[in-house]
Write a protein that binds this ligand. Structure first.
Ligand code: KG4
Ligand code: ZN
Length: 372
């Protein structure tokens, strides 16, 4: 059996997990910092890195305890070392390096964006097979079966920092097909929450409000960037919502003044606008998925969806609906594997480990992803 300890600290969740043979989550500990950032309406990088520093050791120890494994028995230490807030990433990366050095274990740096897609692969394995009491050989065989079932695959990452489409030949072999040219979809959700006065964390609040609203209340723009583009743009949708709520501004930049504020919205209008915003955002994602699927040279056998916005109820529903007409397996992570977590880091690291891809102790943290 290969047990990998994963560490994740790219933004505002301090997380550690133990994953066996890439697919069985033995523990998954997430210490959220939402309470610390709520007062500011968004993540404050310095506050985030300090909180990671205070929590990381306890989170790692808890993940080992929950998995009933001693750190000495772990086979490798994995860390999400890119992309993210650099101060936050450095905390996890330093902790992983210290553990790898002191325990004399291999170190594996993982790209967090790629790991979001692996979470969907893990979900498929977890849902399709009972892996809990399985022997290591059986787990590996299941993973091999899942590989054959799901690849080549179309991947969609929808998070606070990324909105990208990928063609995947395997979990480690991916080519980016499209990406956002401005805001990521999660960022658009977060900004929509501010515009609508729905508070932090924005995405889940808009999701909840939208579930009670009428999506046909108003038609907000769907930016498709031309008939063949696989890129995304959400800034126009965000501005359209802003003008709808506050009216057209007079003046520009910081000097702009608006005729109305979000406080002037009735409760019903707030819910209806959240629903209308969400409908437009999700329509765009589905349209781009359709284009990407048709653009792939080999028809994909599956759709892997990952990232915080894959927790969104409407997006999940609309993706699941595609399964029969598109004749592909749609894999969505369970909610704890949608948002930032360390299980996906440990899982992804297993694939690198199998290929003998380990890092040296001079591993760095990077603000940007390797996979676009
Ligand atoms: O993957 P993630 O946890 O962090 C990044 O890698 O960015 O994604 C966070 C994003 C945030 O923008 C958050 O508002 C959004 O995911 N999010 C949601 C939902 N849950 C989280 N957006 C829409 N609906 C949700 N239920
Ligand atoms: Zn993420």
């Amino acid at each position: 059996m290969t047990q990998i300890l994963g560490i994740e600290s790219s933004c505002d969740e301090t997380a550690a997990a133990v994953v066996c043979d890439g697919v069985h989550v033995a523990s998954n500990v997430i210490a959220s910092q939402h309470d610390l950032h709520a007062a500011y309406g968004g993540v404050v990088p310095e506050v985030a890195s300090r909180a990671h520093l205070e929590r990381i050791e306890a989170v790692i120890r808890t993940s080992a305890r929950d998995a009933e494994v001693q750190l000495e028995k772990i086979d490798a230490i994995a860390v999400g070392n890119r992309p993210g807030l650099i101060g936050s990433l450095l905390v996890g990366t330093s902790a992983a390096k210290a553990l790898a050095w002191s325990l004399e274990k291999p170190l594996i740096g993982v790209d967090h964006v790629q790991a979001h897609l692996y979470a969907a692969f893990m979900a498929y394995c977890g849902e399709s097979f009972d892996l809990t009491g399985a022997a290591s050989t059986e787990r590996r065989a299941r993973r091999d079966t899942a590989m054959a079932d799901l690849f080549p695959s179309l991947g969609l990452v929808v998070s606070g920092g990324h909105t990208s489409l990928y063609a995947l030949a395997s979990p480690t072999d991916l080519t980016r097909l499209g990406k956002t040219r401005d805001d990521a979809v999660g960022e658009a959700y977060d900004k929509a929450a501010v515009i609508l006065g729905l508070g932090y964390p924005g995405g889940p609040n808009v999701d909840r409000a939208a579930a009670q609203g009428n999506a046909t209340h108003c038609h907000l723009p769907r930016s498709l960037l031309g008939p063949d583009s696989l890129d995304f743009s959400f800034s126009g949708l965000k501005t359209a919502l802003l003008y709808r709520v506050r009216g057209h501004p007079q003046g520009r930049g910081n000097a702009a003044s608006y005729p109305r504020s979000s406080k002037d919205l009735s409760d019903t209008d707030r819910l209806d606008l959240a629903a209308s915003f969400q409908e437009a955002a999700v329509d765009v994602v589905i349209e781009k998925l359709d284009r990407a699927r048709q653009a792939m040279s080999i028809p994909p056998r599956s759709l892997l969806v990952g990232g915080g916005v894959s927790a969104n109820r409407l997006l999940r529903h609309r993706c699941k609906e595609l399964e029969d007409p598109w004749e592909m397996k749609v894999c969505l992570p369970p909610l704890p594997l949608c948002v930032d977590n360390a299980a996906m880091i440990a899982g992804m690291a297993f694939e690198h480990h199998l290929q003998g891809r380990h890092d040296e102790l001079d591993l760095c943290a990077f603000a940007s992803t390797k996979v676009g």
